[in-house]
Design a protein around this ligand. Structure first.
Ligand code: XIL
Length: 454
């Protein structure tokens, strides 16, 4: 009889390493033979992993901003949207079928109103966006415990907001508060509340350095155990919402502003492979959701957006599923980017066949607000929205909540606030009307298809 220890040694020696798992590096004593279709590649001296062979023929080696090797290919696929949604869980909004059918381009010019229009009324931002193949959306939290009827009516108003993102309810700390125990009650509430109002939902998010539960932050993990936790989390949550979401922010904020990798839990233990692992796992668990990488300070061309471009190219070269880039758009009054600079930046991603969206737009000011700051904010909003709607690949824009009294800004940036389109009385601000004007003036047809169209 073969001793069990010898059997174990034989088993290790013959083991095949699955894709994206560690296969070598200084101190590595585990298996080194990669599963068929992948090769053991060095990510750094301490970490080798099994990566798929690049399938793109026209490619060239380069390096990303961290100096790590990556492969850049020249993908010429044009921007297309072939995806359809087959979910029957939702009631089609009556307005979308007519508005998306008549796709006339407006030739009007966007003008920022100097003062609030008399006879304040709403313009229907989402309906305006839909007229040219885009959505306008918002985000929310805590609505299961909120009797602010003015807020709820506005936030759930489909004419204004056709897309909803839970700001916290789908994050790791909320959904897996202890290892292997999942809680979707808050997320379920928002998803069904929004669906009842014909709003589509974006999932946010799977992999982030922040709002990670204590058990995960404080644990001691190996590459294998952390990959297992990551895969299990995504499988569970993506499966739970399978077919019900427009998109998932699979990866959130992976880079520092200088374009280097953020040295968070995921990167330190798994290395850059956490990105393809998360994307491939999400695709398998919910094949209908668009898969996004989402970040802030990537509105214009610079080190951070360059790093995202290199990462996106690398993913596509390796046939890793990636559909879109989320430009968060947490901006500051008076120092926000011009529309043209935003459009030019994302033309590079669109050229790869990716869609993009402004996912968390708010434009904050140092309080107290003044007439001049509100006017500048209106101009800045016009530029952000204009930067999206000038790009055929931009599917839509979401603000990070609805009214100033619900914004995360005052708690995150002391002395700043008033960053949203509605004031604390839920009245539209000047910026609301500049956004309506920018949406009315758009001439480039977008490709956002109603979630409900088959
Ligand atoms: C924010 C939430 O709005 C806050 O309630 C929470 O305390 C911190 O996170 N970028 C993101 C969002 O991707 O998840 C963040 O949301 C804002 C910055």
């Amino acid at each position: 009889m073969v001793p069990s220890t010898l059997m174990a040694i034989v088993a290790i020696a013959k083991a095949t390493v699955p894709g994206y798992y560690q296969c070598g590096g200084i101190g590595w004593t585990g298996a080194t033979d990669c599963v068929t279709g992948t090769v053991c590649m060095s990510q750094n001296p301490y970490f080798y992993q099994c990566l798929p062979l690049t399938t793109t023929s026209s490619s060239t080696s380069t390096s990303n901003s961290t100096g790590e090797p990556c492969t850049t290919s020249f993908v010429t696929t044009s921007f297309t949207h072939s995806k359809t949604f087959t979910s029957t869980a939702y009631v089609p909004p009556t307005s979308s079928s007519t508005s998306t059918a008549s796709l006339t381009s407006s030739t009007a010019t966007s003008t920022v109103p100097a003062t609030l229009p008399t006879g304040i009324g709403l313009r229907g931002l989402n309906l305006l966006a839909q007229a040219n193949g885009r959505y306008f959306g918002t985000a929310c939290d805590g609505i299961w415990n909120n009797d602010d009827q003015a807020y709820l009516a506005l936030t759930g108003n489909y004419s204004e907001f056709g897309m909803m993102t839970p700001t916290n309810a789908m994050k790791f700390d909320t959904t897996e508060p202890s290892q292997g125990t999942f809680n979707y009650s808050n997320a379920n509430y928002i998803a069904s509340w929004s669906h009842d109002r014909s709003q589509v939902v974006r999932g946010h998010n799977f992999v982030w350095y922040n709002q990670v539960p204590y058990w995960l932050m404080s644990g001691t993990w190996t590459n294998a155990t952390l990959v297992s936790i990551l895969v299990n989390h995504i499988q569970d949550e993506a499966s739970h919402f399978r077919g019900k979401l427009y998109a998932w922010d699979v990866i959130n904020e992976p880079f520092n502003d200088d374009g280097t990798w953020r040295a968070d839990l995921w990167y330190q233990i798994i290395g850059p492979a956490f990105v393809p692992i998360a994307l491939t796992t999400a695709r398998a668990a919910d094949p209908d959701a668009r898969l996004y990488i989402n970040d802030y300070n990537i509105e214009t061309i610079g080190p951070k957006s360059n790093a995202h471009l290199a990462l996106a190219q690398s993913m596509l070269n390796q046939s890793i599923p990636l559909d879109g880039i989320g430009c968060q758009g947490h901006l500051i009054v008076g120092v926000s980017p011009e529309a043209d600079a935003i459009t030019a930046n994302f033309a590079r991603f669109a050229a790869l066949g990716l869609e993009w969206a402004i996912t968390e737009l708010d434009i904050r000011m140092t309080l107290p607000e003044t007439t001049a700051l509100l006017a500048q904010q209106a101009s800045d909003y016009s530029n952000a929205v204009g930067g999206c709607v000038a790009s055929a690949a931009c599917v839509g824009i979401s603000t990070w909540d609805t009214s100033d009294d619900y914004s995360w800004i005052p708690s995150a940036f002391k002395t700043q606030g008033d960053a949203l389109l509605f004031d604390s009385n839920k009245q539209p601000k000047l910026a609301y009307y500049s956004v309506a004007a920018a949406l009315t003036a758009m001439t480039v047809q977008g490709q956002f298809a109603s979630f409900y169209e088959v």
